[in-house]
Design a protein around this ligand. Structure first.
Ligand SMILES: Nc1nc2c(c(=O)[nH]1)N[C@H]1C(S)=C(S)[C@@H](COP(=O)(O)O)O[C@H]1N2
Ligand SMILES: [Mo]
Length: 319
């Protein structure tokens, strides 16, 4: 067992950021009579439209939703990335200085090919695809994001996982000098996530390097992040520096922080509430304060593709 400092505030005592943010907007809005916009005034003023190096990517229409994508401002201005603060606007304000090049990823564990690989070499053999996916946060909000990336399974297979590889563990960079949020014990750093190997090999699991046709903004997980569209957003780990093939289910950050609230599987499931709020509906970011909440779909709308991965499992127990 590793020792860790006792957090001064338990994760379960932190006001859900969602609640905090909406409360704050309400206060501002009530005074400014600007409540119809869900975008905070400071962000709206700073909006520039898409920026960053353009990537050539071909749209994978078969795997894309036809729902309209959220604006660049929503996607890059309303983020969860606790390494840069727990507020939704903190990552956009603080992640800019993260050095994302050079970048390499270390592959370890139950695989025949292991060691450090540069990001360029990791990406080289794979054509980039654009896929428009819903992102459903466990905090009951959602967005639609045009990601650019490569299928995770295609990358993993190159390292020839052994027959003992039952899970894949992912680790974010740990660098408190660059990631100021890591100076506070909000989570057990570095951020860690994992998938069962069949989930990781599923064609919908994406390793993203861009969005809106451009290189990922730092606040969205540059230079390399996971996107697992049928699971709650916290599974989609950002700024990945390690990938390990494991025989045992790996420890994951949110599950360690509050195991009764965040399961390992974390499949989007409107029938299983979070202990502190309902998961039946969601608020689409950018739809405006008066827009109706939308019903949340099992597996975030990807049930036809992925439900078969969980045949025979009690999804209320394995939440
Ligand atoms: N390393 C790291 N990855 C992370 C997080 C984080 O705090 N740290 N937040 C997660 C959560 S809760 C969500 S909802 C998504 C948000 O992705 P986005 O900001 O690109 O929309 O990132 C996930 N990946
Ligand atoms: Mo989330």
């Amino acid at each position: 067992m590793s020792r860790r400092p006792v957090p001064s505030i338990l994760p379960s005592e932190i006001t859900a950021p969602e609640v905090y943010a909406s409360r704050r907007r309400f206060l501002t809005g009530a005074l400014a009579v600007a409540a119809a916009s869900a975008v905070p005034p400071a962000l709206a003023a700073a909006s520039t439209g898409p920026v960053g190096r353009e990537l050539g990517a071909h749209r994978n229409a078969a795997l894309s939703t036809t729902e309209p994508p959220n604006s660049w401002e929503d996607v890059t201005g309303y983020n969860n990335y606790y390494e840069f603060g727990t507020g939704k606007e903190d990552p956009a304000a603080n992640a800019g200085r993260l050095r994302t090049a050079p970048w390499s990823v270390t592959i370890g564990g139950e695989a025949e090919v292991k060691g450090s690989v540069t990001l360029e070499d990791l990406l080289k053999p794979h054509p980039l695809e654009e896929r428009v996916y819903r992102l459903r946060c466990v905090e009951a909000w959602s967005m639609v994001i045009p990601w650019v990336g490569i299928p995770l399974g295609d990358v993993l297979r190159r390292f020839r996982p052994t027959s003992r590889a039952k899970y894949v563990a992912f680790t974010t960079l740990r660098d408190p000098a660059q990631m100021p949020g890591q100076r506070y014990p909000v989570l057990d750093w570095p951020y860690a996530e994992g998938l069962r190997i069949d989930e990781a090999m599923h064609p919908l699991a994406l390793l993203a390097v861009g969005l809106y046709g451009r290189v990922l903004p730092n606040q969205n997980g540059a230079p390399l992040r996971l996107v697992v569209p049928w699971k709650y957003g916290f599974k989609s780990i950002k700024a990945i520096v390690r990938i390990d093939f494991t025989e045992r289910m790996p420890a994951t950050s949110w599950n360690r922080a509050a195991p009764n609230e965040y399961g390992f599987f974390a499949n989007v499931n409107p029938a299983v509430d979070h202990p502190r709020w309902s998961q039946r509906t969601e608020r689409r970011i950018g739809a405006g304060l008066f827009a109706a909440r939308q019903p949340t779909q099992p597996f975030n709308g990807y049930a036809a593709e992925v439900a078969g991965l969980y045949g025979g499992m009690d999804l209320a127990r394995w939440f």
